[in-house]
Design a protein around this ligand. Structure first.
Ligand code: SME
Length: 150
């Protein structure tokens, strides 16, 4: 049985409190989300370093997109505009970086420290049009927790 959204957010809080460092926390959170939500097929973090997005801990297929400029792809646009991006069908997007041909939809939620974007939570699904406001709300709560610790 999968955890509900409140239990997942509580699980993230527990991980943040007892992980040994940031990388350990982000890896375990990626694993928790992928394990608990059936439509999450790739879950990972990009962290802002030297003005670019650097791939951090993730679970799922390897990706060649380890360094992304602001404005580039869905991740770069979310960082530049400081907005969540929900993409129901990635094949309809011009400014998109493909990590795997199996991906159909994507959600990206920025992580803020104060007003500044310091990273992002990026999730891909092999199912088209699968992300709802419930996902956006839960992932927003998780990113708020992380903004305090990243
Ligand atoms: N699809 C993203 C790139 C990251 S991979 O999906 C892991 C984008 O367009 O920015």
């Amino acid at each position: 049985m999968n955890l509900n959204t409140e239990q997942i957010v509580a699980g993230v809080q527990d991980i943040v409190e007892d992980s040994k460092d940031r990388s350990d926390a982000l890896q375990r959170i990626s694993e928790l989300l992928k394990e608990e939500v059936p439509h999450y097929d790739w879950v990972g973090f990009y962290l802002v370093e030297d003005g670019r997005l650097k791939l951090g801990p993730f679970v799922g297929d390897d990706t060649e997109h380890t360094d992304i400029d602001f404005g580039e792809g869905i991740c770069g646009q979310a960082a530049e505009r400081e907005e969540n991006f929900v993409v129901p069908d990635v094949s309809e997007e011009d400014n998109y970086l493909s990590c795997s041909p199996r991906v159909r939809s994507e959600i990206v939620v920025p992580i803020y420290s104060g007003k500044e974007v310091v990273g992002e939570l990026d999730i891909d699904s092999h199912t088209r049009d699968t992300f709802t406001e419930r996902d956006e709300k839960m992932l927003g709560e998780i990113c708020e927790i992380l903004g305090e610790v990243i």
